[in-house]
Design a protein around this ligand. Structure first.
Ligand SMILES: C[S@@+](CC[C@H](N)C(=O)[O-])C[C@H]1O[C@@H](n2cnc3c(N)ncnc32)[C@H](O)[C@@H]1O
Length: 298
């Protein structure tokens, strides 16, 4: 486990720092808090109350907070759950399951789910079922039958500069093909490149409104959908908003140039350098001018 440094985040939940990616798994403010704010709340599980079954894909399960939070709620409902996870490394889950502060977060049912995945990669409980596909998400996604359309896709890789392969135009387009019409692809990322790729894949994108504890943030992430949300719905629920002028203008800068991985096997360094070259030749507005105009560090 030399690769990972364990630490406790501000809300008391366990997180990891990856020495190989030089990046933390979660916000310092709280691993659990982040999953609730950026994945559970924007999922609006009540939207699925008229359906019988919900199909969920967790891309980069890691310790499993995003799935854990959502399952805590779904397991109290009458919905049948089909869950799939894509994750290259089993060690984070294994490490979490050996830590008391991680175990104590979860109900016995969710802990059982995690233990099943860790032992056999499969979980079943009544009609509910789950499978974790260990390995590179870019290849393992093909293990999931392509007729299966997801109601929720939770996209949580390391940042684009550290793990560009899971933010590529091609991978985003693959995920889009697997999203149901009413489904939601949810990510913490507000990056112009990611939002632009989501848009080019044909999705409508909305900015996640930061919680009242984080008023200084301009966005807490992105929700992308095939369906267009009605203005009345947006105004009423206050969770999402259309992109602001600042966010729309961000999509017209060089930052919006996508990460490209046409073979689905590109190495992160190659993907980054191809993009840098494309940015250097681009006629798009320089991101620094956008930053100056909006006086923002992002
Ligand atoms: C930011 S962490 C995910 C945090 C996680 N959602 C949680 O709640 O703990 C990113 C995860 O992406 C995984 N990962 C990196 N490259 C991957 C790849 N090519 N395919 C699948 N998973 C990958 C890492 O092993 C790591 O667990």
């Amino acid at each position: 486990m030399d690769d990972f440094k364990k630490h406790t985040t501000k809300d008391g939940s366990l997180s990891l720092y990856s020495l190989s990616y030089e990046e933390g798994f979660h916000d310092k403010d709280g691993a659990l808090r982040e999953s609730i704010d950026k994945y559970l709340i924007p999922s609006q599980l009540e939207q699925f109350s008229n359906t019988k079954k919900i199909i969920v894909l967790d891309v980069c399960m890691g310790l499993g907070y995003n799935t854990g939070c959502i399952l805590e709620e779904l397991l109290k409902s009458n919905l049948t759950i089909e869950w799939h996870g894509l994750e290259i490394d089993q060690r984070p889950l294994n490490l979490g399951l050996n830590e008391k502060i991680f175990q104590e977060i979860w109900s016995p049912k969710v802990l059982h789910f995690f233990n099943c995945l860790n032992k056999s990669g499969r979980w079943t409980e009544g009609f509910n079922e789950g499978t974790i596909h260990w390995g590179d998400a870019r290849q393992k996604i093909y293990e999931i039958q392509d007729s299966l359309l997801f109601d929720l896709i939770l996209l949580d890789p390391f940042s684009p500069q550290k793990c560009p392969e899971l933010w590529s135009e091609e991978f985003i387009s693959l995920l889009t093909e697997r999203l149901s019409f009413d489904g939601r692809l949810i990510t913490y990322s507000t990056a112009a490149s990611i939002r632009a790729s989501l848009k080019r894949a044909g999705l409508n994108i909305y900015s996640i409104v930061p919680s009242i504890d984080a008023p200084s943030r301009w966005s807490s992430g992105t929700v992308a959908m095939k369906k267009q949300l009605e203005q009345q719905f947006i105004s009423k629920n206050c969770l999402f908003k259309h992109l602001s002028t600042r966010e729309v203008e961000h999509l017209a800068t060089r930052s919006s140039i996508p990460y490209r991985d046409p073979t689905g096997k590109g190495k992160s360094k190659e993907i980054i350098s191809t993009r840098e070259l494309e940015q250097s030749k681009s006629q798009l507005i320089n991101t620094s001018s956008w930053r100056k105009r909006w006086n923002t560090a992002q």
